[in-house]
Ligand binder design. Structure first.
Ligand SMILES: NC(=O)c1ccc[n+]([C@@H]2O[C@H](COP(=O)([O-])OP(=O)(O)OC[C@H]3O[C@@H](n4cnc5c(N)ncnc54)[C@H](OP(=O)(O)O)[C@@H]3O)[C@@H](O)[C@H]2O)c1
Length: 103
């Protein structure tokens, strides 16, 4: 029996790195997993890689309309969010001297 049997877990930015590894682990623990990401191809690849009960929703966490659609999609499927990992994001490492206004 998994620690998340019957639970619904959402991992934003679940197509790569920490989010992908977390989504895989949540699924192994029995959760129904939703992952998000902005890139459709990466999303499809991650769904195949994770396997099992995982649903991909193309959504930008910086876009409120996308976030509303994410919650509506889950609710319309008759589920509610038990676990939310707000992981989406990114960045680069730089020394203070290398930091630009764009960073
Ligand atoms: N790795 C580290 O050492 C480290 C250290 C401190 C904090 N963090 C934080 O931990 C989180 C994960 O890091 P990581 O290294 O695993 O990153 P990663 O491999 O670059 O993965 C980032 C994930 O977030 C998604 N994403 C990025 N911006 C998004 C947005 N606006 N809306 C939805 N999805 C978005 C990406 O997919 P798309 O590009 O397709 O959207 C991808 O699935 C990030 O928030 C990062 O800032 C990481």
């Amino acid at each position: 029996m998994g620690q998340l049997d019957g639970k619904t877990a959402v991992v934003t930015g679940g197509t790569s790195g920490i989010g992908l590894a977390t989504a895989r682990r949540f699924r192994e623990e029995g959760a129904r997993v939703y992952i998000t990401g902005r890139n459709k191809d990466t999303l499809d690849k991650a769904i195949t890689e994770i396997g099992g009960t995982v649903t991909g929703i193309q959504a930008d966490s910086a876009n409120l309309t996308d976030l509303d659609r994410l919650y509506t999609t889950i609710a319309d499927a008759g589920h509610h969010i038990d676990v939310l990992f707000a992981n989406a994001g990114g960045g680069t490492f730089a020394t203070l001297e290398q930091v630009t206004e764009e960073h």
